[in-house]
Write a protein that binds this ligand. Sequence first.
Ligand code: TLP
Length: 353
Amino acid sequence: MICKEATDLDYIDLRSDTVTRPTEKMRRAMAAAEVGDDVYGEDPTINRLQELAAEILGKEAALFVPSGTMGNQACLMAHTQRGDEVLLEEQAHIFLYEAGGAALLSQCQTRTIPGENGILDPDQVRDAIRGENIHFPRSSLLCLENTHNRAGGTVTPPELMRELAGVAHSAGLKVHLDGARVFNAACAAGVPVSEMVDPVDSVQFCLSKGLAAPVGSIVAGSRAFIDRCLGTRKILGGGMRQAGILAAAGIIALEEMVERLAEDHENARQLAEAIAEMDPFIVDLDTVQTNIVAFDVDPEWFTAADFLAEMGKRGVRANPVSPQRIRLVTHYEVSRANIETTLEAMNEVISSW
Ligand code: TLP
């Protein structure tokens, strides 16, 4: 097991797994990284990261990009043509939180489908795909998200991934996976990540979330697709130079930070089970499958913001996701002891209300 480095923070940060800072080993690797100009394809550390990522994912090729948002958008641009329709779950990150990039950059129309806890039903997808008709846009891409952030880190199982992709493929659509947390999904499903992503044409995953690298995401797919992404990444300003300094941390993220994700899942579960016992909160424990605990706050008690302001005074940071809903995210800088402290602070706020 990876040794958890004691956090030196004087607060507990449950706002996101994006807050994780690079480990000591990452910092050493970054300082020592061999670098070159990556726009010329000459950064040996980036090349090594891309090869490693492609191998782990079981895809022909991979590309290092600065962020998950850029990875998703570069893939959308590479898959679609102006005026196409992109199908997404209605709470998908690409739809909700990427600043309208699908409309702006790919000039696509989005069509959302309500999932159950973020998980799509193949029949709904089949019904949403447009047939041939001069009035219709061309349905060209289905985007999946696994784990599903807004639904609370839920996992679409690998068999369902295959079924959903099969529906899209048989109607001529491509499939992109926003797999920002796909390693969490694979860990929870108990399968290698390559099995999870096998049915999709492209995948984006974040090195900068639970895997603790400071910056970066990977997109992966066929060699021809990644060649197109080299172009779309350049348009988006994502052609970096001696970014092997960042890729060095990404290599450690893939080599050393994947296996320990199970600890974050156990911590989230412990947190969720205790919160479910607290009067002001409603937790659907079935949705707590990975490192995210999203739960409702009874408006008769307080708003999410008011409650979290009190938690902040007690050294626990978290974000509301709507006026009556809170999201807590576990990661490698949150220990089991921090979970206990968080629960104590929650009980204290409730009893003093
Ligand atoms: N998610 C962030 C916020 O943007 C909400 C977080 O704190 O969870 N896909 C998914 C499913 C994501 O959750 C995120 C980031 C992204 C894409 C974008 O990644 P970045 O932040 O690297 O652009």
